[in-house]
Design a binder for this molecule. Structure first.
Ligand SMILES: Nc1ncnc2c1ncn2[C@@H]1O[C@H](COP(=O)(O)OP(=O)(O)OP(=O)(O)O)[C@@H](O)[C@H]1O
Ligand SMILES: [Mg+2]
Length: 224
């Protein structure tokens, strides 16, 4: 299956793709990463993590993420990439505002679309009523006739960079639900550990909110 990580603009996708994929791996899933953003930042993270591990005394495994991550920023993703049934392909995407053709291609083969958003006015606006381009919900809907199933993939919003105890989390969860979005119960907190994690290896992801995210996705039957 493919989990595609999408948003109109910068929204924590690469950070969350890295941590979620590692939490899935730690939980025993077979994982393959796909970097579908021209920035190639997930692949850069992988390389940096390998270098850090190689230099580290004692550990020195130099594997970075313990699974393959391939470059895949192409509007022909749906032709070029597939995964076996027992593998979860985690796809980090670029801005759907700027590269809608890649997001459209990913949505043709997605088994789950994770929409990344901070509970802020500007993220909400760009997701739900952008002044330019096609709203992400419409992109998800328009994928249906192009898919083997002819049904749009399940799409769930993951609220991230959430401030502890801030009212914005509940407020934007409710606003999104009012507009018909599914919103995951699990949220990802705003903190330094995640903010500055893309220069090195990810350890013990299952012990963080990403472990709770895997549990929620499993319980909801969103991952196979
Ligand atoms: N949980 C978090 N807490 C605090 N900061 C975070 C968290 N997650 C991500 N960030 C920060 O938010 C910014 C955007 O994150 P990231 O690069 O993962 O987003 P993105 O959606 O991949 O962006 P782009 O689409 O531009 O590649 C970065 O500065 C990152 O360090
Ligand atoms: Mg990114």
């Amino acid at each position: 299956m493919f989990i595609v990580n999408i948003s109109p603009r910068t929204a924590g996708k690469t950070t969350n793709s890295g941590w979620l994929s590692k939490a899935l791996y730690e939980r025993g899933h077979r994982v393959k990463g796909f970097d579908a953003d021209h920035s190639q930042q997930w692949i850069q993270w992988h390389e940096d993590a390998k270098a850090v591990e190689e230099k580290a005394e004692g550990e020195g495994k130099g594997v970075g993420f313990p699974f393959e991550i391939v470059s895949a920023a192409t509007p022909r993703f749906h032709h070029q990439h597939s995964v076996p049934d027992n593998v979860i392909g985690v796809v980090d995407c670029g801005h759907s505002e700027n590269h809608p053709e890649i997001t459209d291609s990913l949505l043709r083969v997605a088994d789950l679309a994770l929409v990344h958003m901070s509970p802020t006015s500007s993220d909400f606006q760009r997701l739900t009523e952008p002044m330019e381009g096609t709203p992400l919900k419409d992109m998800i809907t328009r994928s249906a006739p192009l898919r083997e199933t002819t049904v749009a993939p399940p799409a769930w919003v993951l609220l991230n960079r959430v401030v502890h105890n801030a009212g914005s989390t509940r407020a934007y969860r409710n606003k999104l639900k009012d507009l018909g979005w599914n919103v995951l119960t699990t949220t990802i907190p705003r903190n330094e550990e995640f903010a500055n994690s893309t220069l090195g290896p990810v350890y013990d992801a299952d012990d963080t909110n990403f472990g709770a995210l895997v549990t929620e996705l499993e319980r909801k039957g969103l991952i196979k």
